[in-house]
Every structure is written in C-alpha cells, then in structure tokens.
Design a protein around this ligand. Structure first.
Ligand code: NDP
Length: 336
C-alpha cells in the first residue's frame, strides 16, 4: 500500500495561478508520454508516487494521451484508485479536448458537442467525478470562440470541472478568450503554452496578456522534449524519445542544435546544475510562469527536475550568456 511521504510539502515551492485562489507546484508532471497502454505500468506508477512524495500536486492529462488514445487516462485512473484515492483533495488533475480523438465530425477541434462528450469520456476513463482543470487544447479557427468557451463554462457549472483553461492560444486569441470567459462568469484559470530556451514565442505578447489579465501560465515541454538535458550529449540512446522518431525526430538532434546544447550544458555545470535543472529554472525565472510542466520516463528524472528548485536565480550575465548561445553568437561557438 502506498502511503505518501509525510515530508512532501517541505521543499516544493507553490505559485499562485494568476489572480486565482489556486497554487500550483512550481514543477508539474505531464502524462503525454510514458503513461500509455504501450508503456510500463509499474514505472508510470512509480513516477507518479515519487512526484507526489516530492510535493508535485498537479498531474496533467488529455483525452488523447497514450498511445493508444485514452490509455494514459485509463492507466492514471487505475493508479489513482490504487494509490491516490485518500489524497484526491490534495491533487490538481487536468485534462483537455481539442485534438483528434474519435472519428467523424464530432471528435475533434472546438464544438460544444465534442468538448463536453470528450470530458464525460475522460471522467469515465479516469474514474473521477470531476477534474480540477478542463482545457480547450487548441484554438479552433472555424468554431466561434463563444461556443468553445461556452463549453468550458458548462463544464464548470455542471460540476465536471472546477476551473477552465486554454492551451496553444496566441496572445490575441487569449485576450479574446479571457474576455468571453470572464463575461460568462467562469474566469480562465490558466493558459498552457509551449515554452523553453528553444521555443520563446510566449515572450511575443502572450506572457504580457496573461500577466495583465491575472491568468496563470503553465508551460509545456520546458526541456524541449528532452533536448535540453544531458539525454543526447552522447548520441541517441534506444530508450529515448528521439529514438522513437515521432514527436521528437532523429533529425532534431542536429549538429547545430547539439552545439548549443553542449554550450548550455557548460553554463549549467558552472551554475552547479544539470542542463535539465537549468532548463526548468530558466522558464521559472519569469514570475508570470506558474509552473513548469515536465514529462519524465524514469523516476530519476523526476528527482532531477525537482532539484532545479535549489537554484532558480540567474544573474544578468548568465542570462546574456544563454541568449548568446541560443543566438549562436557566444565566443565558444564562433571558435568552433
Ligand atoms: P519535457 O520538455 O519535459 O520533455 C520530457 C522528456 O524529456 C522526457 O520524456 C525525457 O525524455 C526527457 N527528460 C525529462 N527530464 C529529464 C532529465 N531530468 N534528464 C534527462 N532527460 C529528461 O516535456 P514534454 O514534451 O514531455 O511535455 C510535458 C507535458 O506537457 C506533457 O506530458 C503534457 O502534459 C504537456 N503537453 C501539452 C501540450 C499541449 O498542447 N498543451 C503539448 C505537449 C505536452 P526520454 O523519454 O527520452 O527519457
């Protein structure tokens, strides 16, 4: 029987999500990879246990996480029933709808029909009465935003979700969504954009909108799917995401990118961190970022990512050095 570590709240940091009442752990765990039907169930279970023992109170899912689609929610449901039932009120569990899930015109994008049916399916797979956050997974340019936001509002009013979130909306779409949700009386709790040293789009206006509107921000793929770690410093190992050559491609492990990764690794070591730790700390340097949403394939990666919290401070000089490396203008790169 699993009994959570009594010291689980001693060292994790919690950040308020925008101007809401909810605090999220600075590091959250996502179940996109390594929790599906094709994966090792006991490894998935061990990672969730370790995460909770370290104060990670937030687990992030979506309808189509697997593979196969839906199986991460099914596995999570099983683990939840075995290990986490006594801790339901200590957990923030999220799911999403917005990408392709089932065939036909009602299993994708942003209609009210799809989103609410999908949420009902997710709840059934996880065996939950409600999720804490229900997200629209991506904007749907062909459905009126009022309809998709109306579905989030219904999800909350009907008790299937406690809070509403959006993901992958750009700055302008976010401003509009926030306005609609507020008018409906269900303020948006949080936005989930992609953000890392390699993907800096949220700096082009999105973070400003979120900061001004008082909406939280949980950033996904802060390690750029593992690129921003020591995972690929010595090539592509068989058990890595890039070896599967699907979401992270072998061609992404290119010389130019790896030269940057090597240089970033040197900076991380100078800070006394692993590169993964520095990558997590780097996204958390902005106070508008509520949480870094990481994925893991091993318990040791959960530990490593949480160790980032030991050093979240960056000097101006360090930030400049990182920017120079990313721009390819750092002296060490020119010498190559
Ligand atoms: P990361 O950028 O954190 O990449 C995770 C991968 O990096 C792991 O699977 C592992 O790769 C490697 N890794 C993690 N920690 C370490 C470490 N300490 N040392 C070395 N390697 C490490 O995030 P993900 O891309 O997995 O995304 C995280 C979560 O964000 C998802 O689970 C999901 O919840 C959410 N997400 C949301 C999206 C959206 O559209 N809203 C889209 C994508 C993700 P390996 O498996 O090779 O060991």
């Amino acid at each position: 029987m699993y009994v959570a570590d009594s010291k689980r709240y001693d060292s994790m940091q919690y950040r308020r999500s925008g101007r809401s009442g909810i605090h999220l752990p600075a590091i959250s765990l996502g179940l996109w990879h390594n929790f599906g039907g094709v994966d090792n169930f006991e490894n998935a279970r061990a990672m969730l246990r370790r995460a909770f023992d370290l104060g990670i109170t937030h687990f992030d899912l979506a309808n189509n996480y697997g593979p196969p689609y839906g199986s991460a929610e099914e596995n999570f449901g099983q683990i939840f029933r075995k290990d986490f039932l006594p801790y339901r009120d200590e957990l923030i569990i999220s799911t999403k709808a917005g990408w392709d899930m089932w065939p036909g015109p009602y299993g994708d994008l942003g209609s009210r029909k799809y989103m609410l049916a999908s949420l009902d399916q997710s709840l059934k797979r996880m065996g939950l009465e409600y999720v804490d956050i229900f997200y629209h997974h991506r904007p749907d340019p062909d459905t009126p935003m009022e309809e998709s936001m109306g579905a989030l509002d219904t999800a909350v009013r009907s008790g299937r979700a406690l809070y509403a979130g959006i993901s992958a909306y750009d700055a302008k779409q976010t401003a509009e969504a926030v306005k609609i949700l507020r008018a409906l009386g269900t303020p948006g709790l949080i936005h989930q954009p992609k953000y890392s040293m390699f993907v800096r789009d949220p700096e082009q206006g999105l973070l400003d909108v979120l900061g001004n509107e008082g909406v939280g921000c949980i950033v996904f793929s802060p390690l750029a799917q593992g690129l921003l770690s020591d995972r690929y410093l010595k090539g592509i190992s068989e058990d890595s995401r890039a070896a599967r050559n699907f979401f992270l491609k072998k061609k992404d492990i290119a010389d130019g990118t790896m030269a940057k990764v090597q240089a970033l690794n040197v900076i991380a070591r100078e800070r006394g961190q692993t590169l993964a730790e520095m990558a997590v700390a780097w996204v958390l340097r902005d106070p508008r970022v509520t949480s870094a949403l990481v994925g893991t394939s091993k318990v040791s990666q959960v530990d490593d990512n949480v160790a980032a919290l030991k050093n979240l401070k960056f000097s101006v000089k360090e930030l400049k050095k990182i920017d120079d490396v990313l721009a390819g203008t750092h002296p060490s790169q020119r010498a190559r």
